[in-house]
Design a protein around this ligand. Structure first.
Ligand SMILES: C[S@@+](CC[C@H](N)C(=O)[O-])C[C@H]1O[C@@H](n2cnc3c(N)ncnc32)[C@H](O)[C@@H]1O
Length: 286
């Protein structure tokens, strides 16, 4: 904990990947004690039910291309409310310090002299893989895992992540924010020496009831894209590496709703699921 000058405080809370039961006890208690809750698009709205009666709920958005508040505006709200003496729960999907701008918000709070804490959450990078039956490490297949952003990729090797390096950063690659870029990333990974037959899973809405898991290879992704058929709607996360091949055996959810699909199904299924995304999006704006 960082004791600032103000009486109020900001709690940067990880809301987990979606399944509302994947919330820590510490997070539940913090939400229940907050005066104001500032929450993002990828926070399951069911989690807001832990807030106390009368707590103010502020939707901060952050859906790609639809920022309802800028990062600076969010920082200002957090600071202003804490200065009023309020306890502010800043709820973020997954873990606040994994591609969640939690670090930037914490820096702004430090600079403003506001007291703050961070409550880690279960990142989608870990949970979506687990719900798809993919162990990110395994003594037989993977001794390392890397979390990488796919955002800003897809323009060859010129921008964002250097995939020539990232391709060999770890046995298992977990690629966030890759819905628009995964085909270009697959090409870069193969060009950088990953086998075309390397197994890949694309997981949409991981840990939600409407989770979708698509499995195939890097080569499949490239082939579908070249045929004009690859269309992935966010939120999606990609897992690349030999451990993905275990999903067929370890698909513990193993029901019709959670069946694995071949990657070639993603164009069709992604289109159907847009309606689910819109419903969830609307609910999170309430
Ligand atoms: C801004 S990042 C936030 C990551 C978050 N802090 C975490 O630890 O999971 C948003 C990206 O996380 C991934 N993501 C978050 N929740 C997800 C879910 N339930 N299923 C699949 N991917 C998810 C997607 O790649 C999405 O584009």
């Amino acid at each position: 904990m960082n004791d600032g000058n103000a009486t109020g405080k900001v709690l940067l809370i990880g809301a987990g990947p979606g399944d509302p039961e994947l919330l820590t006890i510490k997070a539940v208690n913090a939400i229940a004690g907050a005066d104001v809750i500032v929450y993002d698009y990828l926070v399951n709205p069911e989690i807001l039910a832990h807030s106390r009666r009368g707590a103010e709920l502020i939707y901060a958005g952050k859906r790609a291309g639809e920022h309802s508040m800028s990062q600076d505006e969010i920082n200002q709200v957090l600071i202003a409310r804490a200065r009023r003496g309020q306890i502010v729960a800043r709820l973020k999907g997954g873990d606040p310090f994994i591609f969640g701008r939690g670090g930037e918000e914490a820096e702004a709070l430090v600079e403003a002299g506001i007291g703050w804490e961070v409550i880690p959450g279960i990142s989608s990078g870990v949970a979506a893989a687990a719900y798809a039956g993919i162990p990110l490490t395994h003594r037989g297949y993977s001794s390392s895992v890397a979390f990488i952003t796919g955002h800003g990729s897809g323009t060859g090797f010129s921008r964002g992540v250097d995939w020539r390096v990232a391709a060999h950063a770890a046995d298992t690659l977990v690629i966030f924010m890759c819905a628009d870029t995964i085909a270009a990333i697959a090409r870069d990974l193969v060009a950088s020496g990953r086998r075309p037959a390397t197994p890949v899973a694309l997981i949409r809405w991981g840990t939600y009831q409407h989770q979708e898991v698509y499995t195939g290879t890097l080569d499949d992704l490239i082939g579908i894209d070249e045929a004009g058929g690859l269309s992935v709607e966010p939120p999606a996360i990609a897992i690349v590496g030999e451990v993905v091949a275990l999903s067929g055996k370890l698909n513990w959810l193993n029901s019709d709703a959670f069946a694995l699909s071949p990657i070639s199904n993603i164009a069709v299924a992604g289109a159907i699921s847009d309606s689910v995304e819109e419903v969830s999006y609307a609910a999170s704006c309430d």
